[in-house]
Design a protein around this ligand. Structure first.
Ligand code: SAM
Length: 229
């Protein structure tokens, strides 16, 4: 099934996706206006933490020399792109993917992304192989069940030597009444390794945001990896 752009929002790019994607996209369309304020309120630090982890690898591997092509999956308002653009000043080109046209609209208006694609993160048929130096996915895997396909696609679209950085909710961090998909870290790791990737670090971040009802800090894992040269 192909997603149709919402009538009241100008199309931001090619439209792909299927199944529950429609519901998730509609949910985030409604949240888009207040998303930034909400993120501040719950002290969401996922994008900056992943940016800093990747920047450390970029420095270590001297990837600063050339233009960087970045794919941000589930880009939201494009905060990840904003950090890269501030640091790299005109030499990064960010493609933002999201199921929500309203989120893509804001990321585009903020000039945090250069290209907006209305698509699911698990399937990237619009991208040729080896297109990106960096792939990020922050606060989105909690909506993604099919990580096997996700791993296949992320590793396919990365260039040799390319980096990836994710922030996700690991198993054991369940909150009663909160519906989000938790990931078993060894399974996720294995899916990437089977597609040829090397996992560089997996770090626990004990307060990635505060539960908006209880105020209790929520743990996420930060996974950084790379493709062989
Ligand atoms: C919690 S927000 C995170 C946004 C941004 N990455 C950040 O850290 O601020 C989740 C975003 O992922 C998008 N999303 C959820 N599931 C997705 C999927 N399967 N494919 C692409 N985008 C998805 C939502 O529409 C929403 O914009």
């Amino acid at each position: 099934m192909t997603l149709q752009p919402h009538e009241d929002v100008p199309a931001q790019g090619t439209t792909y996706g299927n199944g529950d994607h429609r519901i998730i996209g509609a949910h985030f369309d409604k949240m888009a206006e207040k998303y930034k304020i909400g993120s501040k309120k719950v002290e969401w630090i996922g994008p900056i933490v992943v940016f800093e982890a990747l920047q450390a690898e970029i420095n270590k591997r001297s990837l600063n020399n050339n233009d960087l092509f970045i794919l941000d999956l589930g880009t939201g308002h494009g905060e990840l792109g904003e950090h890269f653009k501030q640091k790299h000043n005109g030499t990064v080109h960010v493609t933002g993917v999201d199921l929500s046209q309203e989120m893509l609209k804001r990321a585009t208006e903020g000039k945090h992304i250069d290209r907006a694609i209305h698509s699911g993160a698990e399937d990237l048929p619009w991208s040729p192989s080896n297109e990106f130096h960096i792939v990020t996915c922050v606060g989105v895997l909690d909506f993604i069940e099919n990580t096997q396909n996700f791993a296949k696609e992320v590793t396919r679209v990365l260039k040799p030597g390319g980096l990836f950085g994710f922030c996700y909710e690991p198993q054991g961090t369940e909150f009663p009444g909160v519906k989000s998909i938790k990931h078993h870290t060894p399974t996720l790791r294995g899916q990437f390794e089977r597609n040829g990737a090397e996992i560089i670090t997996i770090e626990e971040q004990p307060s990635i945001f505060k539960n908006f009802i209880t105020g209790v800090p929520v743990t996420n894992n930060i996974m950084v990896g790379r493709m062989p040269d």
